[in-house]
Design a protein around this ligand. Structure first.
Ligand code: FES
Length: 87
């Protein structure tokens, strides 16, 4: 997965997700509270709404309709350079 940025809509915090990293691990490293469990896109624990951008969904939980507004930060990448999360 290529690198991209994530912005947290509520705080304005912007973080760089390097190639090979997960959004969840980058958020947690920055001190953002994000519960995770399986970290494989299976359990649905990390489910997060996004507001802008085009995620690359790699989970086994969300339906195509849900994928229009939600993503799994433990395994999602991004097709756009920026993803804005509702966090
Ligand atoms: Fe299980 Fe993300 S932690 S789907």
């Amino acid at each position: 997965m290529k690198a991209f940025r994530v912005r947290l809509a509520r705080s304005g915090l912007e973080l760089f997700v390097a190639e090979g990293r997960s959004i969840a691990s980058v958020l947690q490293e920055a001190g953002v509270e994000l519960p995770t469990s399986c970290e494989q896109g299976i359990c649905g624990t990390c489910r997060t709404t996004y507001l802008e951008g085009e995620p690359e969904h790699n989970d086994f939980v969300l339906t195509p309709r849900e994928q229009e507004s939600e993503l799994m930060p433990c395994c999602a990448g991004s097709r756009s350079e920026l993803l804005v999360l509702d966090l």
